[in-house]
Design a protein around this ligand. Structure first.
Ligand SMILES: [Zn+2]
Length: 143
């Protein structure tokens, strides 16, 4: 989560909301992909931290299945990212702060653990939640 927080801090430079994500290898020792929000920086509505980290991890592995991998993100994934997580077949999703307004991993929806889907990653929430939320609070206070 510290690595994801480092990524989140990078987002602010491009004027983006500070959310960061990393994808860890199945043995947990290697960062396969990292990303931070780049919507403002790139003008791409899908450039969320999770999507970018997933894409980079898949490119690194040379395949779309991230079986065994863990995605760590500072903020609860939105519906798009939750969908991408299911599609990527990650085994585990770890997030920091909850997103009561748009969260799709337990708050407003629970897309990643929807029993109607054929893949349901394990979800661990609340890791360094206060640090993750503080980054966001500071960002919005300064705007
Ligand atoms: Zn998202």
């Amino acid at each position: 989560m510290r690595l994801a927080l480092d990524q989140a801090a990078l987002a602010v430079r491009g004027g983006d909301v500070p959310v960061g994500a990393v994808v860890l290898s199945p043995d947990g020792t290697t960062v396969l992909g990292a990303g931070h929000n780049e919507r403002e920086a790139t003008g791409d509505p899908t450039a969320h931290a999770e999507v970018l980290a997933i894409r980079r991890a898949a490119a690194q592995l040379g395949e779309w299945r991230l079986t065994g991998c863990t995605l760590v993100v500072t903020l609860e994934p939105c519906t798009m990212c939750a969908g991408a997580l299911v599609q990527s077949r990650v085994d585990r999703v770890v997030y920091g702060a909850r997103d009561d307004k748009a969260g799709a991993a337990g708050s407003l929806w629970d897309v990643v653990r929807d029993r109607r889907l054929n893949h349901r990653p394990e979800v661990i929430e609340g890791v360094l939640a206060e640090d993750c939320a503080a980054l966001l609070t500071d960002f919005f206070r300064n705007r």
